[in-house]
Design a binder for this molecule. Structure first.
Ligand code: KIV
Length: 254
């Protein structure tokens, strides 16, 4: 797709019902992101979600998907210690969920793990820039690589991930000029989130772009619906209809 100048679309999904809808809508890649930790479980960060929980989400998604590529995040703590642990985690995801690829956050520090996973026949997507699993190192969710030194390291990491064999890289919250330069410099697709329009594809969190979440308002987020308010309207109408005896009506009973 990159070679043909065709942009790649990617959205998160964590469950059977939404994955079926996303798949039918023609999205290229479904990401079972560890953002499930925030969106599904209500944790403040992505750190608490476990491998078993990710496998549960991924296998629910896989049962609904007929055409999209399904990529699953390796959760925090399941690949950082050493390459053996990383391989075992990736194998569990592939074997127990039936997914197609895994995603890992980081650059040179996880090179050996990426290498070993790819060697076992598992496709790997990289993730650079703002890497939410390292939030306590960064301290904030602000734009990364604004300074020269960090930008240079980011370019080096992207080249390294390509050389190591990653098939694509998610680039999160970095200046658009830098993201465009990286996308030009390497052959594998760069999928951006808050990385501007000069990259090879875009990803958003489904619940954010549908407007189900209200408090999260980064500049890069475009809401295509206001589902939060629409759901409240629908659910409160349902509640009112029950209380007034308007539901069920004659036709809605046996
Ligand atoms: O977990 C996730 O949803 C992600 C995307 C934000 C890229 O990694």
């Amino acid at each position: 797709m990159k070679e043909n100048d065709e942009k790649i679309s990617m959205l998160t999904s964590y469950d059977f019902t939404t994955a079926g809808i996303v798949d039918k809508s023609g999205i290229d890649i479904i990401l079972v992101g560890d953002s499930a930790s925030n969106v599904m479980a209500g944790h403040e960060t992505t750190l608490p979600i476990t491998l078993d929980e990710m496998i549960y989400h991924a296998s629910s998604v896989i049962r609904a998907v007929k055409r999209a590529l399904v990529v699953v995040d390796l959760p925090f703590g399941t690949y950082q210690s050493d390459s053996q642990a990383a391989l075992e985690s990736a194998i569990r995801i592939m074997k127990e969920s039936g997914s197609h690829a895994v995603k890992l956050e980081g650059g040179k520090e996880i090179k050996d793990s990426i290498k070993r996973i790819i060697k076992a026949g598992i496709p790997v997507m990289g993730h650079l820039g703002l890497t939410p699993q390292s939030i306590y190192k960064f301290g904030t969710y602000t734009v990364r690589a604004k300074e020269k030194k960090e930008a240079e390291q980011l370019v080096k990491d992207a080249i390294l991930l390509e050389k190591t064999g990653c098939f694509a890289i998610v680039l999160e919250k970095v200046p658009s000029k830098l993201a465009k330069k990286i996308a030009k410099e390497i052959k594998i697709p760069i999928i951006g989130i808050g990385a501007g329009s000069g990259v090879d594809g875009q990803v958003l969190v489904l619940h954010d772009m549908l407007g189900m979440t209200k408090e999260f308002n980064p500049r890069f987020l475009r809401r295509y619906m206001n589902l939060h308010d629409d759901m409240i309207t629908a659910i409160s109408s349902f509640s009112k209809d029950i209380k007034t005896g308007n539901f069920p009506n004659e036709k809605e009973q046996y």
